[in-house]
Each structure stands twice: as C-alpha cells, then as structure tokens.
Design a binder for this molecule. Structure first.
Ligand code: SAH
Ligand code: SF4
Ligand code: F3S
Length: 436
C-alpha cells in the first residue's frame, strides 16, 4: 500500500478557525491525507488565515515566502490558503503568490477535497445557501476531553473597525438537531466539555423541533446530554445577552462561571463611533445582572485602544470601566485600520499615544487578572484533566473559571473531572491538591 499523503495545517486567528481546521483535516482525511507536524514532509500545506488586524494578515505573505523553497524542491506540493485573508484578498494572493494552488473562503470548505484533486489554481470564496458544515463529513477523529463546536457563524453587527462581517458573511445559525447530534458524537468519543462557538454566539437563533431556539434554550437542551459535564460559549455581544441566557448561568450547573463579553471601550463617544450600540452604563448594568444570576462568575473582555478620535478623557473612561467591573482576564488590542471598514477612513491616533494607552490598560488588566487568580487560593473548584503535568504525579487542566491548574494527583487520569483545593497562585497558573 502506498504511504498516505501528508497534510500540514497552520491555523491563525480565532477559535472558529481552530474548529474549521479540524473539520478540513477530517474532510481531507477522507481523501487519504494524514496530518503532519512538519511542513517539509507535507504533500499539501494549508494556511488557515486571519484578517482581523494588519499584523495578522501580513503573516500570511511572510509564511508563503518561506514555503517557496519547499515548492521549488517539490513542485507537486499543493499550497492552499483558507480563512479570512483568503476571503478578503483571494485574487491578490493568487496574483502576488503564484505558488498558491488553492484559495478557499471560510464558507466554502466543503469544496476543499474537490479543489485539491484538480490541477492548476482554484478559487472559491462564495457564500453558499447551505452551510458548509452540513456538507462536510461527520466528525470522527478520536478526541481529548474538550472540544469546540461551532453553532453560529458570521456577523450582522458591522462594528466600524471590524472585517468579520465581510470575511465571514451574514449571521447564520446551525439547526439544533445537527448540533445535538455532533455534541452526542463527541461525548461518545470522550469529550466532557464543549465550548459553543460563534462570531456572535449569543445571537444564535437556530431552527429546532419546536420553533426557533435562542442560545439559552440550546444550552438548556445540551445540559441534558448524559456525560457532557461542562459547557462554555464564546464570543458574545453585550446587546444579545437576553434574560433567559443570563438566567441559564444561575440554573445550569454545567454552564461554567466564566464569560467573555467584549466591550471595546468605556467611553460613550467612542462606543457610538464604533457602532457598538450600547453605552458604558448599559454594560455595567448588564454585568450586575449577570453577577446576580451567578455571583462567582469571572468576566473577560476585549478592548481596542487608539480608535480614531479617542481622547485622553476617553481612555480614562475605559480605565474607569475596567476598575468598575474587575475582570478576570482581558485582551487588549491597538487599533488597526482595516481596508473597507468605515473607521479606516478617519485620521488615526498617533502611534506613541496608542502605545502608551495600551501599556497602561494592560498593566491594569494584569493587576486584575492576578487579583482574581490570587482570590482562588483556599477555594474548592472543579478541574477537568487535559494532560499529565511535567512533574511526576501531576495533572494539568482548567478550572471552572478557566484558570490553568496543576494538581498533585498520582492517580489522576486524562478526562477526569475532579474537585480540588487551590493551594497557590503563580504567574499564569494555579497549584492545587485533589479533595474527596
Ligand atoms: N465577534 C467577536 C470577536 C471579534 S474579533 C466580538 O464581537 O467580540 C476579536 C477582537 O478583535 C474584537 O473584540 C476586537 O477587540 C478586536 N478587533 C477587531 N477588529 C480590530 C481592529 N481593526 N483593530 C484592533 N482590534 C480589533
Ligand atoms: Fe466584529 Fe463587531 Fe461583529 Fe464582533 S460584533 S465580529 S467586533 S462586527
Ligand atoms: Fe480572524 Fe476571521 Fe476569526 S478575521 S478573528 S479568523 S473570524
């Protein structure tokens, strides 16, 4: 029998790309490809790209440059570009980089196997009627204890800085039965924690047996799956946090006490210019309601500093909001002007000013992150073991609050969900001992 062909995939960007890469790997698996960690030995290289900030999309061109010698040494090597840069700059990629064989946009992955079989350059950046997931093979690979599951794709919000509505297209929700079938299949193969994904996951409105389901209703349905011990979801928009979803955080023990809720800025002027359609005050009231439902919830967020027109007073308002909420973690980004977005037309904030603001905000958030971690010491929490630790008799996993935890537990097994007592807080992880 001939050696199987080898596929190397590099994934940039968000968790939805991680999920898509897995699905593409499985689709190519059905064509006889196995995954390799080494681009040098691959028969096909697939770059699953991100367009969100300028730096992210530039990486594609430098990586393609590095693939040139490989392609010269092995002309039959197939090079594919998938993801959001493929969608946004497909034609330019083919023009600038003749070594690329395949350009496939985020909604056309079901066509990848057929494109890989063909000779010559091929492009597909369509937004088909039927969702790609319903045309890709079912997930079959053996699994670790955690998995992503995309339930919703695309975005209709058009924040003034963001490319996602253009690269991923309009909001689409997968039907409830497909999601439940995929979830049950994953649980049968050892998954105990699912993170439901969507660019705007809490705008989920999928068709179900009895009408339309919201995300809250979908989570309640999923909590009934035997053996599925933990549920998370990301990323949410503040305006789509409805009462039932908030209540689910109090009602469902499987729904973990951690929520990523991007706010971007604490200044109403900037929120308005960003087209976020809520005020800082509304965000703070929302946080109160969420904490009333689940008092120990940890919140995380995304922030953009240096949005066009942002003044020092606006920046102070962001710091005030951060102080008022007290986040468990957050991502901070320096504004990056993206071609085709409305904000890119406006004069930018000077780089030095944006850098200084980024630094100040990051320092505050690091402090809060540290405080949230330290506050866990002495508490009893759940940990799902994901792998053995580096030290003998140690297991590593995530706590309910998504902290990385090292647990002393010589009997521990991957996939076990255990109770632990947190004994110490280090820079990026917690230490714990198993209880009970
Ligand atoms: N759908 C999600 C995530 C979008 S991208 C949401 O609405 O939150 C993830 C984060 O990247 C955003 O929350 C934002 O903080 C950041 N981001 C998006 N576009 C950006 C840009 N042009 N410059 C800098 N950061 C950006
Ligand atoms: Fe981008 Fe805004 Fe949509 Fe998030 S909600 S994906 S930031 S447009
Ligand atoms: Fe990047 Fe596309 Fe995700 S732009 S963040 S890979 S949706």
């Amino acid at each position: 029998m001939a050696d199987p062909k080898k596929l190397f995939i590099k994934t940039y960007g968000c968790q939805m790309n991680v999920y898509d890469s897995e699905r593409m790997a499985e689709a190519m698996g059905a064509e006889g490809y196995v995954l390799t960690e080494a681009a040098e030995e691959a028969d096909m290289v697939l770059l699953n790209t991100c367009h969100i900030r300028e730096k992210a999309s530039e990486k594609l061109f430098s990586d393609l440059g590095r693939l040139k010698p490989l392609k010269q040494a092995k002309p039959e090597l197939k090079i594919g570009v998938a993801g959001c840069v493929a969608q946004a700059e497909g034609d330019e990629i083919l023009r600038r980089m003749p070594l690329v064989d395949i350009v496939v946009g985020p909604q056309a992955y079901h066509r990848l196997p057929e494109m890989a079989r063909a000779n010559g350059q091929a492009v597909d950046t369509d937004f088909p009627e039927e969702m790609k997931f319903d045309r890709l093979p079912e997930r079959k690979a053996p699994r670790g204890p955690t998995a992503f599951l995309t339930v919703q794709e695309g975005c209709d919000k058009f924040c003034a800085f963001c490319v996602v509505p253009y690269t991923r297209g309009a909001e689409v929700s997968r039907p409830v039965d497909r999601i439940l079938t995929e979830a049950r299949g994953l649980v049968e193969r050892g998954v105990r924690e699912l993170t439901l994904l969507g660019q705007n996951v809490n705008a989920y409105h999928g068709a179900g047996a009895s009408g339309d389901y919201t995300l809250g209703r979908l989570l309640r349905e999923m909590a009934r799956i035997d053996g599925l011990e933990r549920l998370r979801y990301t990323t949410s928009h503040p305006n789509d946090m409805d009462d039932d979803l908030i209540a689910a955080h109090g009602d469902l023990p499987q729904l973990m006490p951690y929520l990523h809720l991007p706010v971007q800025s604490g200044a109403d002027r900037i929120l308005k210019a960003m087209n976020r359609k809520h005020t800082a005050e509304q965000y703070l009231r929302l946080v109160e309601r969420i904490r009333a439902a689940r008092p120990d919830i940890l919140l995380s967020s995304d922030f953009i500093v240096g949005f066009p027109g942002e003044t020092d007073a606006d920046h102070q308002a962001t710091l005030d909001l951060v102080r008022a909420v007290g986040f468990g973690a957050a991502f901070t980004f320096k504004y990056s002007a993206r071609p085709g977005t409305p904000a890119a037309e406006k004069p930018p904030v000077p780089t030095e000013v944006a850098d200084a603001r980024l630094y100040e905000l990051q320092a505050l958030i690091t402090e809060q992150q540290r405080a949230a971690q330290d506050a866990m010491v002495g508490r009893e929490v759940g940990v799902l073991y994901e792998k053995p630790g580096r030290l003998a008799g140690q297991m590593v996993g995530k706590s309910d609050h998504l902290h990385a935890v090292h647990v002393t537990d010589p009997e521990g097994r991957v996939g076990e969900l255990v109770r632990v007592r947190i004994s110490a807080s280090a820079t990026n992880s917690l230490a714990a001992v198993r209880v009970g």
